[in-house]
Design a protein around this ligand. Structure first.
Ligand code: 0O2
Length: 226
């Protein structure tokens, strides 16, 4: 992307960058909608509950650069801040997360730059989510610009937990009282148990439906004397 921004002092460079990140969000959003529609078409089931997109605020970008010890500059922001364009995909079940991650990884025009599986390796706080950093080609009139997008995939329950934890983290500026942090870790364990149970329950429901479908098909075959 650096090549697309010729003059870092130029006020327009900020607008150009934001235009590119917004375009990348649109590209990824459309891809996900198509994947979800295709899945519905083939399996009569939607793995995606909903999608949220956001562009990181300038304050949050500056804060992160400072946290990493980098000077505040447009160049550093492009180079070191990976989640300026963010897409969050909310699914019903943990199995949907890996199914979607596989589908995204198979898109030949997306480059997967890195993966952080905080489901298999949760953060100490209890945070669980699957993060993919991808590069999306943005086709302009005279060039193609690879633009980074962070995709977070999580269940409804994980999202509920992360939203509350995020609020608490900001409220206490990262120094929440010990008992609150402890309670959050316990809630994260409950979320994992809930996700596991809901998945098992869904599998059991699917099995019942499949048995019912086979029974109906057998009955029809008998009616036709097959
Ligand atoms: P916000 O306000 O959501 O934008 P890297 O991207 O590799 O340079 P970073 O940023 O630590 O390093 O990457 P990571 O771990 O993938 O985290 C990126 C984003 O994931 C965070 O962005 C949060 O949105 C989310 N996240 C990560 N850890 C936690 C956590 O413990 N709790 C919650 N609630 N969310 C988390 P920002 O910029 O921190 O925040």
């Amino acid at each position: 992307m650096q090549d697309a921004i010729k003059n870092y002092e130029d006020v327009d460079s900020w607008k150009t960058i934001m235009f590119l990140y917004n375009a990348a969000l649109k590209e990824v959003g459309t891809k996900l909608e198509i994947l979800n529609d295709e899945f519905q078409h083939v399996h009569q089931y939607n793995p995606i509950e909903h999608i949220k997109t956001r562009i990181k605020t300038p304050e949050s970008i500056v804060k992160k650069l400072k946290k990493y010890g980098y000077e505040t500059s447009v160049e550093n922001m492009i180079k070191y801040i990976n989640d300026i364009a963010g897409v969050r995909i909310i699914c019903s079940f943990t199995s949907d997360i890996y199914r979607l991650a596989g589908m995204i990884g198979n898109q030949s025009d997306l480059k997967v730059l890195s993966i952080k599986d905080y489901i298999k390796n949760p953060k100490e706080s209890g945070y669980k989510s699957y993060h993919m950093l991808v590069a999306v080609p943005i086709f302009l009139s005279d060039s193609v610009v690879e633009t980074k997008v962070e995709i977070q995939i999580r269940t409804v329950a994980m999202d509920f937990w992360a939203s509350l934890e995020h609020k608490i983290y900001y409220k206490f500026e990262g120094h929440a009282p010990e008992y609150i942090s402890q309670e959050l870790v316990e809630c994260a364990e409950m979320v994992s148990k809930l996700d596991e149970k809901m998945l098992l329950l869904n599998d059991a429901i699917q099995e019942c439906l499949e048995r019912e479908r086979i029974r109906e098909a057998d009955e029809k075959a008998i009616d036709f004397g097959l």
